[in-house]
Design a protein around this ligand. Sequence first.
Ligand SMILES: [Zn+2]
Length: 308
Amino acid sequence: MSKKKFKDDNIYKVRRVLVGLGFILIVFVLYKLIGGIILIFRPDDTNTVSADSSNRVVNNQEIEFYENPIQEVIYEKTKKIYKDTSKREDYYNKAVNLRSKAMGRADQQSKDEKVVYLTFDDGPSNKITPQILDVLKKYDVKATFFVIGELAEKNPEYIKRIHNEGHAIANHTYSHDYDYIYSGVDHMLDDINKLDELIEEIIGEEFVGKIFRFPGGSFGEKKEPYREALDELNYIYYDWNSVNGDAEGQKIAASKLVSRFNDTTGAYNTIIALMHDSNTKQTTVEALPTIIEGLQAKGYEFKTLGEV
Ligand SMILES: [Zn+2]
């Protein structure tokens, strides 16, 4: 074989590889384009979506989802934490396993019935909490209050009222101080314990406890030891799958809170709605009747996280 022929052969091989790669690239781009078009035209009708299942890619493998708000939330968080898809699967599976006990009961109901868990964080406030309680009473619906220690100490009468009117009281840490509680599992457990004891002092042995919400949510790699510790202690912790957006700014108009709530509830059969009853959230009170009426019109049953 002459030197020139050998060289030509190599050029030919390189060209063949380049043509092959170009072809793969074109197929990939077409695949993505078609995927995008299908997404754009996907029907946004609640009836079809609730009966639908969708597939999501984790670690290049498809994982089948039924309409399940919790897995949905975990998946979205996983995507944010890990840009690299190959690392997602392990975290996703771990998160789902850790959460299965916490969320299993809520999940089971999601396929058969429409349930909403209204939750109010960061209270009780002597200004906002009584107004929230009045609205709930007017509509005869129950909610869950994730209270914090300093305010429970200041406003024990509202802890009692929440409890006496049939709502659930749950733990959102004593201090709600991120620097302290997330600087060691022991700190967080002490803080939770301190608040459990305080609530029990206020409402007595009827307080069941063990229902918890992480300040800022339970997600993220850093919180893994915290999740595991709570799991061992049989605490059930809940995040949320819908918001009214009252933590996304100051004095947001009630109409905006309602539309944010409607945008985030989508087609969920089980809704865990995050709202706040801290001192500055007057518009949360104003938006609440419309939110409740909307949910009632859609046939949702209102439950507390203590009774799932
Ligand atoms: Zn909070």
